[in-house]
Design a binder for this molecule. Structure first.
Ligand SMILES: C[C@H](OP(=O)(O)OP(=O)(O)OC[C@H]1O[C@@H](n2cnc3c(=O)[nH]c(N)nc32)[C@H](O)[C@@H]1O)C(=O)O
Ligand SMILES: O=c1nc2n(C[C@H](O)[C@H](O)[C@H](O)CO)c3cc(O)ccc3cc-2c(=O)[nH]1
Ligand SMILES: [Mg+2]
Length: 319
């Protein structure tokens, strides 16, 4: 059985750790958000791709869900001493992590498509799963906020990292855009992975800034519409377990609960996977619902959630 997972950020990698324990890794394909890709000084960063690469190669830092576990930050700390107006390493990049980013930067500067570089790195890290960026084109998430200074509206468009790290996500968010996604082409091998899989899993990532950009690539969304799709809600009760998903869903007009997650995904999913805590909302969700423990605190939780989803898919077929 082959699954195709949509992933971004820090939530879905936890589920991937469960999936890779319950099925052959080479039957897992992951399509990853690249709308938070950015340049930090001369370094090209593809944060969500690197988190998936580190998750499959068992190197992921499980405190932050980015970077390499037990990494050192000697270069990052030293760079701070040389910081000048036109250079700042906003993101805290570890020394081992920097090597992978230098490798990407080298080939990006040689004009290689990101998908080719990611495939090279997948092999270098002995990863059996297939990992694809959503596109080789430049799509960028922008967050529109209102910096209401002394009573005057001041609308500002921020890059995600500026919103999330500089502003700590504390801003009056008016809207979220995926710049250039109308013109971006899907990676062909990602479309093949969708077509050839038995079903698609939308992982418990931020629907707006991690999954939304992937679905904004029209060929990806159209391909997924032909498949059985399970989506795992990243919202439990009335908030996200981590990150700005709640703030951003509210800004886009979705209630911050499993019904809001259903509303966001309703035109492409068959089954919404919700936490047992949200069983009382099942009647407001107009698709198949799988209620289970979706809070992944340890490997057993991750394995059980992965198993529940696979059993849930197989039972669909028995109906
Ligand atoms: C900064 C980052 O936030 P964000 O960019 O929103 O990252 P993600 O796209 O990965 O969103 C995190 C997303 O994941 C949800 N989450 C995390 N752990 C769990 C879990 O065990 N179960 C579950 N159902 N969802 C989970 C979380 O609520 C967020 O919405 C960041 O958060 O680091
Ligand atoms: O909130 C942060 N996220 C950091 N991230 C994570 C990333 O930028 C986003 O927070 C995730 O993409 C969540 O969507 C990094 C990712 C990398 O690949 C490398 C370094 C970082 C550093 C940070 C950081 O300092 N702070
Ligand atoms: Mg994210």
């Amino acid at each position: 059985m082959k699954v195709c997972v949509l992933s971004g950020g820090t939530g879905t990698p936890k589920l991937i750790q469960g999936l890779k324990k319950v099925m052959p890794e080479n039957d897992i394909s992951v399509i990853v958000n690249t709308a938070e890709d950015t340049w930090v000084g001369d370094l090209y960063l593809s944060p969500d791709i690197d988190t998936v690469l580190y998750t499959f190669s068992d190197q992921i830092n499980e405190e932050t869900w980015y970077g390499v576990k037990e990494d050192t930050f000697i270069t990052h700390e030293t760079l701070k001493k040389f910081e000048s107006r036109d250079f700042s390493e906003l993101l805290r990049i570890g020394d081992k992590d920097r090597a992978l980013k230098m490798h990407k930067t080298h080939y990006i500067n040689k004009g290689y498509p990101l998908s080719k570089i990611v495939d090279m790195e997948r092999e270098l890290l002995n990863i059996k799963a297939n990992i694809y960026p959503m596109t080789d084109d430049n799509v960028e998430t922008k967050i529109l906020i209102n910096e209401n200074n002394d009573g005057h509206d001041n609308k500002v468009l921020l890059k995600f990292h500026n919103f999330w790290i500089n502003k700590k996500g504390e801003a009056n968010v008016l809207d979220v855009f995926y710049e250039n996604s109308n013109y971006a082409n899907a990676v062909d091998s990602a479309l093949d992975a969708i077509e050839n899989c038995d079903f698609v899993i939308i992982g418990p990532s931020n629907p707006i800034t991690s999954i939304g950009p992937i679905l904004s690539i029209k060929d990806i969304k159209n391909s997924i519409k032909d498949k059985v799709v399970f989506a795992v809600s990243p919202i439990v009760g009335d908030s996200a377990i981590s990150g700005p998903a709640g703030i951003l869903m509210k800004a886009k007009g979705y209630p911050v609960n499993v019904v809001g997650v259903y509303e966001f995904y309703k035109d492409i999913i068959n089954t919404l996977v919700i936490d047992n805590i949200d069983k009382d909302k099942i009647n407001n969700i107009d698709c198949n619902v799988l209620a289970t423990n979706t809070i992944m605190n340890d490997l057993t939780d991750k394995i059980n959630l992965a198993k529940d989803i696979i059993v849930g898919y197989k039972s669909l077929n028995e109906k």
